[in-house]
Ligand binder design. Sequence first.
Ligand SMILES: C[S@@+](CC[C@H](N)C(=O)[O-])C[C@H]1O[C@@H](n2cnc3c(N)ncnc32)[C@H](O)[C@@H]1O
Length: 282
Amino acid sequence: MLTEKSKQKIYFRLSNQNLACKADVIREKYGICLIPEDVRAGAGPEDKFLPLLRITKNQLIIEHQSGNLFFHPSMALLRLINIRRGLGDRFLQALNPAEGDYFLDATMGLASDSLIAALAVGDKGKILAVESSPFIHLLVREGIDSFSRLKPPRLKSREKDVAWDELIAVSSRITTVCADHLAVLKEMPDASVDIIYFDPMFRNTLNSSDSIRPLKELSASESLETETVLEACRVARKRVVLKERNNSTEFKRLGFKIMEGGKYSSISYGIIEVAGTGGRII
Ligand SMILES: C[S@@+](CC[C@H](N)C(=O)[O-])C[C@H]1O[C@@H](n2cnc3c(N)ncnc32)[C@H](O)[C@@H]1O
């Protein structure tokens, strides 16, 4: 896990020298301290094991001891295809979004859920996605901005092509912010967002899969605070949703009612309805 001090520092490597200006933009736009990779050999113990940011023409990739991390919305693509085939999506069932809704994703991660929410709220809706890890925020923000230059997944089919283009189109509905979600919520007026969603990192993921491990190492993994949920209930107009492991005691601790269904799934969604209560939990 990265220490507080090292969260803004990362080594970097350019895939070609013409990309030096891209490194300057990252420094300036995101306030991240990029250190040339070749000084790692002489670095002290605190900096020796910092991750490496590989800057290529079309993509940013973070190499970490736990694996590589990059923005690639393949999971969102599969979900979008299933939704278009008429299969249900439990995340959307939990959100119950309407066209034009304003959705706040308080734990953006790699933005799969934000992309699916962006699809559901339509072109009049909007998404604010909050992520506290500067590196994850950088990957996703830059990934969305250069989405059309990403290589679509292999196994091409007409259905996949159409879904890929749709995903690119809906991604423009997502505004991102690199911040702690409690700080963001505290700044927002009462009943100013329709739905607020939390998908905190599960804390006991000893056997994380290869793809989850780098995300877990680079992300914030504190448990959700009661104060944050209360703020979310003040800011939401319709509902606050929490994703957690099945049988998680977090639902009870934080006052969420577990949504029915998903008997064979390892995850559950909890809901707090705030509609018509002026932010009081019912
Ligand atoms: C499990 S991931 C979310 C995955 C996401 N739903 C998706 O579809 O890719 C949780 C993310 O929330 C972020 N996070 C945790 N605590 C946070 C906080 N207090 N404020 C903002 N982001 C936070 C973590 O850094 C991590 O990237």
